[in-house]
Design a protein. Structure first.
Length: 155
């Protein structure tokens, strides 16, 4: 990871961009893990994977770094899940955190195009399902019920 290399800045720039795109959608909806958090998750994951690759040799297993990222990000995701009055909230935000780590991992493994595609797909899914929930009443039952002032009841 040479700070003077194009690959270094491509990794950093893509992680910041992908994190910002997903974080922007989350922040617009007032959800946990907005722009700053999303950028940092994506960037941190990309850096850990890149460092793991840089220090790997014939006696190391880079998938161990990936496995530790997956385990660690689970704790961060669990931190945004709340239970209020018997209703669990924040599961979508926790899932988004997991996806951000996946995108960061892809970037760390130099799968730049794939990371951008997954980023765009994530935002399309988040906004598309919200759009459908607003138009199809049967999607707003149970824990997905919304009051008229709610933008999206799931975190």
């Amino acid at each position: 990871m040479d700070i003077m290399s194009v690959d270094f800045w491509k990794c950093i720039g893509t992680a910041v961009l992908c994190g910002a795109i997903i974080g922007f959608e989350r922040q617009l909806r007032g959800k946990p893990a907005g722009i700053r958090t999303s950028i940092l998750i994506c960037l941190g994951t990309a850096l850990f994977i890149s460092l793991g690759i840089e220090f790997s040799n014939e006696n190391t297993d880079i998938t161990r770094v990936l496995g530790q990222v997956v385990t660690g990000i689970g704790f961060l995701g669990a931190g945004v899940i709340l239970a209020r009055e018997g209703i669990v909230m924040g599961v979508t935000s926790a899932a988004v955190i997991w996806v951000l780590a996946g995108v960061g991992s892809m970037i760390g493994f130099n799968k730049i195009t794939e990371a951008i595609v997954v980023t765009l797909l994530t935002v399309i899914l988040l906004t598309g399902i919200t759009f459908l929930e607003g138009r199809i009443k049967s999607l707003r039952r149970g824990v997905h019920a919304q009051s008229p002032t709610d933008d999206n009841s799931e975190g």
